[in-house]
Ligand binder design. Structure first.
Ligand SMILES: [Zn+2]
Length: 725
């Protein structure tokens, strides 16, 4: 009951702002006003990838909004390329950034950033028109923030402090192209002092501070003073490192510019799909986004940027209302100290009379709970998955499986409680704090902060129930908040994270459960309920029209043949199989997917005029479409590529070079090779959508499946022979 109550508290009781209406005071951020801006920007809610007509139309609307705020603005159009070592793609394209000077001032600039483009598959209302609208409304509020007297004096100009600039980037979705273009100028890099990036990977939930760069203690202090509601943890940056997501912040951090990366990530099922629409955005997410942007910008204006560099902090928000934090350099010392305190409390209590067998058994219970819970998670998820026939059975309807997993972990906790002891449970958590202090400091507060509450209580109270309860509350609040938030990352597909976080929370409850009766029966009942609920979860459909499967369709011409393509989902819907003779299993064509023959090729293949001088190969492209990609095999030993005058170094491996705006179809691409051998490369020209004959496939795609990311595409591929030297 207690654990369930705290989970519900984490889910519904976390401190979040109320969305303010159109009548909110002028100096405040209002979600309703930001939403009105969003409505004007997104008229028609069409996709706006870089280089598209809609991209230009939305840009004009943004310029109008800036003009109505009286902010001097210009645009900057250029070819840009970006890549990171860990990527196997070099992305290029011609992008147009919007640059606006909100206020003059002294010292380095504060850059407020969001990306104006969207993916091709959807209107990107959350990602990232919401960021653009948030910044426009925040800047309006900032300008209204001035005391009346000074406003009269300087005519609505924000006065004093660091200059503030808005950068609305283009081509973020095509590979961070706008941000890279902005930072290409060394003068711009030198004058940029801090960046605030507004992003979204979903359309609900808190606006998280999920990335700051290293040396963040002062930045976190400033955030804690500047915003009314917190959603931050030193763990998020640690997790984010392992996610395949990137934002415009990446090139800024690489250039050594500190800053804040904010995003809401709830309801990620609609992210990068046609459902990322304005009406699906939670106004409270927008409100918190705006309070973050406004609060942090205002606080940075008066900050000494030189003093922002500091050590790292470890921190986490407690139910959105508090942000306890400590220097990361203290984590090991403090962890060892609480470990010693808990051990001492135990020694004092037993007075040196150990029962070796019981103590050993007690010490085994916390890891047993953890391993048992994760193992049972695989069992319950596996059962639901087996019944459903889908690898992610609870994607659309997570409630039954969530409850199943909760009952499952509780069953293991009841089974482990019988032999548990307070000292063993808390020694484990303190020990893990110490281990994490060495390997992954970001996660330390989840172990350390509850121990800081528990250690003195255990020492002073000699194990009274009240002390155990207060200590358990600290642990449960921290871990179950994490448990609730973690579902936003990958849903219950990532059930080991759900089970592990729940288990760590319940470890703190074991000493109290140990005193209860009927543990065996309770565990058996709990397990039965868990299994039944997992079966129920398996019987529900895996996808729905609100949380659909991602399934792009394609049309490909290659080597004189034509093919229909479908993404390699686990089960291709029967309606699509009926519409075309798709292969039984995914195949490798220009990309991996189900393929169905579509007759002879009937379009002109993309062409390139090839000239080789020494190790330099020049390709003059003659293609049609909205973009091209070149697949260069590892044996070519590609060292650098130049597109539209922009040179990018390349790692000598299998690499694709993507140029994703319409001008790329006629671009000149220069390859500098490390090999003198001849080889073939594949040139693919692509256009959005399918040819007219593809209508039958589009109609056959079920309502519970939608295009995502780049969306449905027509691909025309050609082999280009590169002669040897
Ligand atoms: Zn984005």
């Amino acid at each position: 009951m207690l654990a369930a109550g705290i989970w519900l508290l984490a889910a519904f009781g976390t401190s979040r702002p109320t969305a303010l209406g159109l009548d909110a005071p002028a100096a405040q951020f209002s979600a309703a006003r930001a939403d009105a801006v969003l409505g004007r920007l997104l008229d028609g809610q069409r996709p706006r990838p870089a280089g598209s007509a809609e991209n230009a139309a939305v840009r004009d609307r943004i310029l109008k909004e800036l003009a109505s705020l009286g902010i001097p603005t210009r645009t900057s159009t250029q070819m840009s390329c970006f890549s990171e070592n860990r990527w196997s793609t070099i992305s290029c394209g011609t992008v147009t950034n919007i640059l606006a000077q909100v206020s003059e001032g002294s010292g380095k600039e504060i850059v407020l950033m969001a990306h104006a483009d969207s993916v091709a598959a959807g209107p990107g209302a959350g990602d990232d028109a919401s960021g653009v609208a948030t910044i426009l409304e925040a800047v309006r509020a900032l300008k209204a923030h001035q005391p009346a007297s000074s406003r009269e004096m300087i005519g609505h100009q924000i006065r004093g402090g660091h200059p503030i600039r808005i950068v609305f980037t283009d081509g973020e979705e095509s590979g961070l192209l706008g941000a890279a273009a902005y930072l290409r100028d060394s003068e711009v890099r030198a004058r940029t002092g801090a960046v605030i990036n507004m992003e979204a990977r979903g359309n609900q939930g808190p606006s998280y501070l999920f990335q700051t760069g290293t040396g963040d203690a002062r930045l976190i202090d400033l955030y804690a003073r500047a915003v009314p509601h917190f959603a931050a943890s030193s763990l998020y940056a640690e997790i984010y490192k392992y996610l395949p997501n990137d934002t415009d912040m990446t090139p800024f951090l690489a250039a050594g510019v500190p800053g804040y990366n904010f995003a809401f990530i709830g309801n990620a099922a609609q992210y990068h799909t046609s459902l990322d629409r304005r009406e699906n955005i939670d106004p409270r997410s927008l409100q918190q986004h705006g309070e973050n942007a406004l609060g942090v910008t205002d606080a940075l204006r008066g900050a000494d940027f030189g003093a922002l560099k500091s050590g790292n902090a470890i921190y986490l928000d407690v139910l959105g209302g508090f942000l306890p934090r400590l220097p990361a350099s203290w984590s090991l010392g403090l962890s060892v100290a609480v470990f010693a305190l808990i051990a001492w409390a135990r020694l004092r209590q037993v007075g040196g009379q150990f029962e070796i067998r019981r103590s050993l058994l007690a010490f085994l219970m916390p890891p047993l709970l953890l391993v048992g819970a994760i193992g049972l998670g695989f069992g319950l998820h596996g059962l639901a998955s087996w019944i459903s026939g889908e690898p992610d059975p609870s994607f659309a309807h997570p409630l039954a499986l969530r409850l199943s997993l909760a009952f499952g972990v509780f069953a293991v906790a009841l089974a482990a409680a019988r032999a548990a002891s307070a000292a063993a449970c808390w020694l484990w958590l303190a020990g893990l704090a110490a281990v994490c202090a060495i390997w992954a400091p970001g996660i330390v507060p989840y172990f350390l902060f509850p121990c800081l509450v528990a250690a003195p209580l255990l020492l002073l109270s000699r194990g009274s129930e009240l002390a155990l309860l207060i200590a358990a509350l600290a642990g449960l609040v921290v871990w179950l908040s994490f448990n609730h938030g973690s579902e936003a990352i990958m849903g219950l597909r990532l059930h080991p994270l759900f089970m592990a976080t729940a288990a760590f929370g319940l470890i703190t409850l074991l000493p109290l459960l140990a005193k209860a009766r009927g543990l065996g029966i309770g565990a058996a009942l709990s397990l039965t309920v868990a299994v039944v609920l997992a079966a129920v979860a398996g019987m529900q459909p895996a996808y729905s029209s609100a949380a659909p499967q991602r399934l792009n369709l394609g049309y490909l011409e290659q080597d004189g043949e034509a093919w229909w393509l479908a993404d390699p989902v686990p089960h291709l819907p029967a309606s699509l199989r009926a519409a075309a003779a798709f292969s039984a299993v995914p195949q490798r064509q220009a990309q991996i997917g189900y393929a169905a023959p579509a007759g002879r090729a009937r379009h002109r293949a993309p062409q390139a005029t090839v000239t080789r001088t020494g190790d330099t190969v020049t390709l003059d492209l003659a293609a049609e479409g909205q973009g091209v990609s070149l697949q260069v095999p590892a044996k070519a030993k590609l060292r650098a590529v130049t597109v539209g005058g922009i040179t990018t170094p390349a790692p000598e491996k299998n690499l694709s070079i993507t140029c994703s705006t319409p001008d790329c179809a006629k671009a000149q691409i220069i390859l500098r090779l490390g090999s003198s051998e001849p080889f073939d490369l594949t040139l693919v020209a692509y256009a959005r959508g399918l040819p007219p004959e593809g209508d039958k496939l589009l109609k056959a795609r079920p309502v519970w499946a939608v295009p995502s990311q780049g969306g449905d595409r027509t691909l025309l591929a050609a082999k280009i022979a590169i002669p040897g030297r």
